[in-house]
Design a protein. Structure first.
Length: 403
């Protein structure tokens, strides 16, 4: 192994960069992007503008062979590369600061086998790519709550989304994974092949290798979804959340029910103009079966009427092309984001009081989300995968958008 780093922090200097580029030549077919080259600023930008790193070299892969070549070169020259997948990154670990970043942005192919109920998803895909392929077939992969989220980061960390109560986490849908190890070896991880690696990748994050292709189990759905929304002024938030906490444990798996304490309401289709920009609690409920089922229509109506809402609305939208895009604009690229979360076994009055008190005085933009869990998430044993805390009922997440 020949070390080419020029500083203790692992930064790549100009001479080292020339040697790396020469080493890639002939075995790498993707784009090699240097700090003074075209496309560099776009390639080094992720969703969270708080992350401002400048890799010494970005290699954008278009195939598994490209990933192998990038990993081999990194190993040969003593580099510790970062890996960028969908780019919807909060912590900034997708980018190296001065070193080498392996970008999977060229691996965005999605194909679906409807007979086997499987979706084959490239490691650089976003949720919108998956929805575009599965939606026209009346199918879904349970994944996330917005279309711009990267599949790899979400799924390898667990993956909570609209369909978690009915079908479980995104990582629970893995049939098998194609993984490039640090040695450059390409392996398959599944329940039968490399099962220890498979266990770790189901919620343990991306530090065990680079997943170049996900094979997900799919489920029949829609494509239409019935949703209900109710909005509450701050003085009514605690009462509504107490009703929410009391009702939630009684709901079946075919219902999703979440809350968001929003610093300012965006201009969503169901928000009256006089409430755009107002501090509000939003409750959103989803019927996870046939959108025209009378039982679902009645239940969504009842959930929207709890407490003293200022506004209630119920509608039917296409899931992939509609629901999954509802908050894309609200949490778009280029803001300074900070998030943290806590898992709760239940939502007691004390927790509600703390959340509402924070919400009423919250100085920054963004929201506190309360995502209801349970259901199919609990079907997987605690020790069956790396994702933990499956028995918890809710996740309270602070998502700040600092402008």
């Amino acid at each position: 192994m020949t070390s080419i780093t020029s500083a203790a922090d692992g930064a790549i200097d100009a001479a080292a960069r020339r040697r790396i580029v020469d080493a890639l030549r002939g075995r790498f077919s993707g784009a090699v992007i240097e700090p003074d080259g075209p496309g560099y600023e776009q390639a080094r930008t992720v969703w969270n503008a708080m992350v401002d790193k400048r890799p010494g070299l970005i290699v954008t892969c278009t195939s598994t062979a490209d990933v192998v070549a990038a990993v081999d070169v990194a190993r040969e020259f003593g580099l510790a590369p970062s890996v960028r997948c969908g780019g919807h990154n909060v912590a900034g670990k997708a980018l190296s600061d001065g070193g080498m970043t392996i970008d999977l942005g060229g691996l965005r192919e999605v194909s679906v086998d409807p007979d086997r109920h499987l979706a084959y998803v490239g490691g650089g895909c976003r949720l919108g790519d998956v929805d575009a392929a599965t939606g026209p077939l009346g199918m879904i992969v349970p994944a996330g709550i917005m279309s711009e989220t990267g599949v790899a980061g979400l799924a390898l960390g667990g993956g909570i989304g609209w369909f978690s109560r009915k079908h479980g986490l995104t990582c629970d849908q893995f049939a098998e994974l194609e993984v490039v190890l640090a040695s450059g070896e390409v392996v398959t991880a599944s329940a039968d092949r490399n099962p220890d690696l498979f266990w770790a990748l189901r919620g343990g994050g991306g530090n065990f290798g680079i997943v170049t292709r996900f094979t997900f189990r799919t489920f029949d759905f829609g494509p239409m979804m019935r949703i209900g929304v109710s909005l509450y002024h701050p003085d009514e938030a605690a009462r509504a959340l107490r009703d929410y906490a009391a009702i939630y444990p009684t709901l079946g798996r075919n219902v999703g029910f979440h809350a968001a304490l929003k610093h300012d309401m965006p201009a969503l289709p169901f928000v009256p103009p006089d409430l755009v920009g107002a501090r509000m609690l939003m409750l959103i409920s989803m019927w996870l079966d046939d959108a025209e089922d009378p039982e679902g229509k009645a239940l969504i109506g009842r959930l929207g009427a709890i407490g003293r809402p200022a506004v209630t609305a119920s509608t039917v939208l296409p899931f992939g092309a509609g629901v999954q895009h509802l908050i894309d604009e609200e949490f778009c690229d280029g803001h300074r984001y900070y998030t943290k979360e806590a898992h709760l076994r239940a939502l007691p009055d004390e927790a509600i009081d703390i959340l509402v008190s924070f919400f009423r005085d919250m100085p920054m933009g963004g929201e506190v989300e309360i995502l209801g869990l349970g259901g199919a998430i609990d079907d997987v044993a605690e020790d069956a995968a790396a994702f933990s805390n499956r028995q918890y009922q809710d996740v309270a997440e602070l998502r700040d958008g600092l402008g």
